[in-house]
Design a protein around this ligand. Structure first.
Ligand SMILES: C[S@@+](CC[C@H](N)C(=O)[O-])C[C@H]1O[C@@H](n2cnc3c(N)ncnc32)[C@H](O)[C@@H]1O
Length: 291
């Protein structure tokens, strides 16, 4: 396990998120990515009521004592279904929506979940326990489809080469573990000095595809905006350029939202030093207009 992987979970850009969400007593805020509940806890401490949503079955186990208070409710599901999930708690308008995208440190650290190329485990990568896994894609999809998704979601320059090597390897034996996939990808990579692990982009691409992360983000932004009351705030923390592009476009183009951040805000050097996972974070915020 790397040093970063051993770190406890820490919420990213929590102060900035709160500054934009402006939590106040009695107002409801949706935390669409509950995770370990750290952003939720900060919102509750600031006096707001929170609906926490997460599609990971293990997130519900982390609700713990929070569920005892009247100020907090939890709904298991995808934030793209936010309106239905809010409706099940009689919420039809809220003062804020927070999305802190991607996978949590807990998901990454557990080899069993199959997200990490540095830890060996079953090749899964599903945040929710449904739908095809990364192993299904890698072992069954045609080579062209694998190459296309590595290019689109991983911006992987060697997508065709890697896809060809994956197909050759799976003909010998199915690729069932993260360790074997990482090896296969590394063997397809041209030599020379590198800044990152050669499998990083492949794993990112598979994860985005398996969880339809970009489709969920677009629908989550739309659903969140419909739920916001006029003056309500939408805050999104993203971790790679494909997500940030979607958020930026949405905030600039949606007729019901006024962007509050011209450029994405990023964590301080001190935060990145204390929490390396904050390194790539970008925060954008918008406000629901009256119309
Ligand atoms: C970066 S973590 C959030 C950490 C959280 N803000 C905290 O303070 O603990 C992202 C979480 O969002 C969840 N998630 C990602 N995409 C989701 C989606 N479309 N619907 C629901 N949950 C999602 C993941 O399962 C994960 O637990």
């Amino acid at each position: 396990m790397s040093g970063a992987a051993q770190l406890a979970h820490r919420p990213v850009m929590v102060r900035t998120a709160l500054d934009y969400l402006r939590p106040r007593a009695g107002a409801w805020i949706i935390d669409g990515t509950f995770g370990a509940g750290d952003h939720t806890r900060a919102l509750l401490e600031a006096g707001a009521n929170v609906l926490g949503i997460d599609q990971d079955p293990q997130a519900a186990d982390r609700v713990g004592t929070l569920a005892d208070g009247a100020a907090f409710v939890f709904a298991a599901g995808n934030f793209r279904d936010m309106e239905r999930l809010a409706g099940s708690h009689d919420l039809s308008a809220v003062a804020g929506v927070l999305l802190d995208l991607g996978v949590s440190s807990m998901q990454l650290d557990e080899g069993e979940r199959g997200f990490a190329f540095r830890a060996d485990g079953p090749l899964d990568m599903r945040m929710a326990a449904t739908g095809p896994s990364a192993s299904d894609i890698v072992n069954e999809a045609p080579m062209e489809e694998i190459a296309a998704l590595l290019w689109r979601y991983g911006e992987e320059r060697h997508s065709r080469r890697i896809a060809r090597r994956i197909v050759e390897a799976r003909e010998r034996a199915p690729i069932l573990t993260t360790g074997r996939l990482a090896e296969v990808v590394a063997s397809a990579y041209p030599g020379g000095p590198r800044r990152a692990h050669p499998a990083r982009r492949t794993f990112q691409a598979l994860r985005i595809h398996v969880n339809d992360e970009l489709g969920a983000l677009q629908e989550g932004l739309e659903a969140g905006t419909r739920l916001l009351e006029p003056g309500g705030r939408l805050v999104v923390i993203s971790y790679h350029s494909l997500e940030d592009r979607i958020v930026k476009r949405f905030l600039n183009d949606s007729p019901r939202i006024q962007a509050l951040t011209k450029r994405p805000l990023t964590p301080s050097d001190a935060e990145v030093e204390a929490n390396p996972r904050a390194r790539s974070a970008k925060l954008r915020a918008g406000e629901r207009t009256a119309a």
